[in-house]
Design a protein around this ligand. Sequence first.
Ligand SMILES: Cc1ncc(COP(=O)(O)O)c(C=O)c1O
Length: 429
Amino acid sequence: MSGKNYGFETLSVHAGAAPDPATGARAQPIYQTTAYVFEDADHAAALFNLQTVGFIYSRLTNPTNAALETRLATLEGGRGCTVASSGHAAQVLALFPLMRPGDDIVASTRLYGGSIQQMRNTYPKFGWTANMVDADQPENFKRAVTDKTKAFFIESLANPGGVISDIEAIARIAEDAGVPLIVDNTLATPWLCKPIGYGATLVLHSTTKFLSGTGTSMGGAVVDSGKFDWARGGKFPSLAGPEPAYHGLNFFETFGDMAYTFHSHAVGLRDLGPSQAPFNAWLTMLGIETLGLRMERHCANALRVAQYLERHDAVAWVNYAGLPSNKYHSLAKKYLPKGAGSVFTFGVKGGYDVGVKVVDNVELFSHLANIGDAKSLIIHPASTTHRQLSDEQRLAAGAGPDVIRLSIGIETADDIIADLEQALAKATA
Ligand SMILES: Cc1ncc(COP(=O)(O)O)c(C=O)c1O
């Protein structure tokens, strides 16, 4: 695939995969394999010394996973990638080379609820702190920086509120502070937005969602731009100093723009262990082959549904950045010019009771806790994902009693709208 300036759809189908050299098989084989035979003792030593690239044990590297890693790095315009067992595992893996006990990150308050939960309650057990700021004002990141800050963390398009971050502005502040900007690009996918082009250092994915695309496979990924100077300011000793976890190897000196990705495999996956199952990597590779086609339909359908709901008498508000009335519409035009994704929220008149009745009356939509499936999905956060929170916490999280979250699938748009029409009619009868 090298040397040619292929388009996104071509790369989605071909990057990372070629006919199998052993058999000629055209589809990417699944290497459902734990370990790999060494040629001889010298080869084994060279692999363990990271002097040659190859496969040792599938907790660290696997040929099917490697194919997915190449595909994702290519699509995001990055240098390297590490796949993980889930999006949440990828988040821990992403921070692991950067952080020590006592360090902090500055993160947006408007992240996916599960990420906020991970940062507030689990990171402190590692001695990490997340200072949460309103990302609508990029200057808030500057104000929150301490001498222990090791990264900024945002979502390009946030789940579920459709909040769009000004990636370029926040990347500039990160650059001034000498820290990498990490962007969770799960909802946008590289088809809608490529954060590295706006200055992001690391791009994260829950590949569980649109990349695998059909609700079959948990997975996560960390893509490294390869552009960050890990030696700057002496902030990142695991990457740019002698790493005790790998017999004193200086990864940045040895591997340059691949330092972060080598460290993530050789130390992160080795010691934390959240490797992706090769079968999931294989399903995700297949999913990515149709990413552009699906995203185009997801976005077109979502816009039609949002326009329909905006006109509906039983609907109090619609929060979709693709609508000109939306607060984030101008940021959407800049960062998501091909469409504002397919996940958004709306509010029903009548609050909690009507919200519950809507999800109870849908027929085509599936009532479940996921997004990014080819099938249309619906959830009423106040009675499900956010039910343990107080009323105030629910409101702050954008999960008030009237809120319904949709993940619009790729079915026929008229059928999706007809299903909402009948469910809203029954809920408000
Ligand atoms: C934006 C975002 N990031 C991360 C995650 C976590 O991903 P996973 O469920 O694959 O661990 C999710 C899950 O919904 C998500 O929506």
